[in-house]
Ligand binder design. Structure first.
Ligand code: SF4
Length: 419
């Protein structure tokens, strides 16, 4: 006999508890459904639970009807650590004046077999962002060392004093620990205005969790960081395109010169870029200079939904597709950063469009990453861009299974691998 997971709610005093009378609910797109216990895993270490203001909790009663636990009980969601993808979002009954939620993932959470559980899947077992891997005292000591060694290097200061100390960025911490993937931020500007951009928001109601880098580093500043890291670090990788910047391709000339200079000094390690793929001509030049790997981000393989979310300026969805083509032709390791949202990414029309992209451009990897955004806010965009009268989704697990079956050589994961 299967156990029903119970709803988890936040009480009037801020206490988070289970509510045995109601079966836990989750959400895909705008549809609310009971949570499937076969998709549950124990709440992963490093997750955070938070209550959702202005959003009373809901669950299913014994007759299968949606019910509120009582006045003052708010919905609870889980923020998952890196490497995990949400299969179902938190369900709630949104009040008219509810504030916009900040830019996080709102995974459903329930009480099951004596503990908190979430409908989620671990797609990457790389430990490079695991909190247990970081001795922060050691990181701070290393930052001070670097600051003494390179007193005039603004990138060292930025990644140490802002990225590590203010944002707790694991990639930046790994730079100072001399291992794995290290960031190189270069661009304060962007040619898109994504609805869920984490480095700039124009709406007063919502804050971006990071602020963009306020200067353009020199080739010398980049090389001072990149060369020792690539030369010595295990799993060495440097990445342009970070959460604390805009679109790195806008600094194409600078990156091209930096790559040429780095490659004159060391052939070791992976040079990578995280990008929106908006400037295929720049991608081509960077590949010729010695770029090894590229990750192009998409919320959707459907041009209408892509454009509605990215709000591109001076480029189009076709340019992004051209970047995929050029990067593949140049022999780069190409990943799709697929911003995943239950009920939208697994829509049958989206699956058809994504399969076409995979067949055409044959990327090496799909990075499944949660789209961090207020679910209702995103659904307004989705419904405007690709209206659909009925739920047409198959579920994220079925989507992954389908892609796995049809494209068995494409690697699934979350992090950029060294190549
Ligand atoms: S492409 Fe990246 S930096 Fe530019 S608006 Fe979108 S999320 Fe922000």
């Amino acid at each position: 006999m299967r156990n029903n997971p119970s709803a988890v709610v936040c009480g009037p005093g801020g206490e988070i508890c289970d509510w045995h009378g109601l079966v836990a609910a989750g959400r895909s797109g705008c549809e609310i459904h009971s949570l499937d216990d076969r998709l549950l895993i124990p709440l992963p270490e490093g997750s955070r639970l938070y209550f959702l203001p202005g959003r009373p909790a809901v669950g299913f009663n014994k007759s299968g009807k949606l019910e509120l636990p009582g006045t003052g009980y708010t919905a609870v969601a889980a923020f998952l650590p890196p490497g995990y993808v949400a299969l179902s979002l938190a369900a709630f009954n949104r009040e008219g004046k509810a504030p916009l939620l900040p830019l996080y993932c709102y995974c459903a959470v329930c009480w099951y077999k004596g503990g908190f559980h979430v409908p989620a899947i671990r797609v990457d077992h790389d430990i490079k962002h695991d909190p247990s891997c970081f001795d922060m005292k050691k990181v701070y000591r290393a930052i001070n060392c670097w600051l003494r060694k390179y007193p005039g290097n603004r990138l060292v200061r930025h990644h140490g004093m802002v990225c590590v100390r203010e944002y707790g960025c694991p990639n930046a911490a790994n730079l100072f620990l001399g291992r794995w993937e290290a960031p190189i931020a270069v661009s304060g500007g962007c040619n898109a205005s994504c609805q869920g951009c984490i480095s700039r928001q124009n709406l007063k109601m919502i804050q971006s969790p990071q602020v963009r880098i306020s200067f353009v580093p020199t080739v010398k500043e980049i090389v001072e960081i990149a060369v020792p890291h690539l030369g010595k670090a295990p799993g060495a990788m440097i990445s342009f395109g970070q959460g604390c910047e805009g679109e790195p391709l806008l600094q194409g000339n600078l990156i091209e010169s930096a790559i040429r200079e780095i490659r004159r000094r060391t052939k070791r390690g992976t040079i990578h870029i995280n990008t929106n793929g908006s400037m295929p001509d720049v991608v081509e030049r960077l590949a010729a200079a010695g770029l090894d790997s590229i990750r192009i981000s998409l919320n959707s393989a459907r041009p209408e939904l892509y454009s509605a979310y990215y709000r591109c300026r001076k480029y189009s969805f076709d340019d992004v597709m051209e970047s995929f083509r050029i990067a593949g032709k140049a022999g780069l390791w190409v990943s799709v950063n697929y911003l995943t949202f239950p009920g939208v990414t697994d829509d049958k029309a989206e699956l058809a469009a994504f399969e076409k992209l995979l067949r055409t451009f044959k990327p090496k990897m799909i990075q499944w990453r949660n789209l961090n955004i207020d679910p209702d806010w995103y659904m307004q965009t989705v419904e405007r861009a690709v209206p659909s009268k009925y739920p047409n989704h198959i579920g994220i697990p079925a989507l992954m299974k389908e892609i796995r079956k049809k494209f068995p050589v494409i690697r699934f994961g979350y992090f950029n691998p060294p190549v």
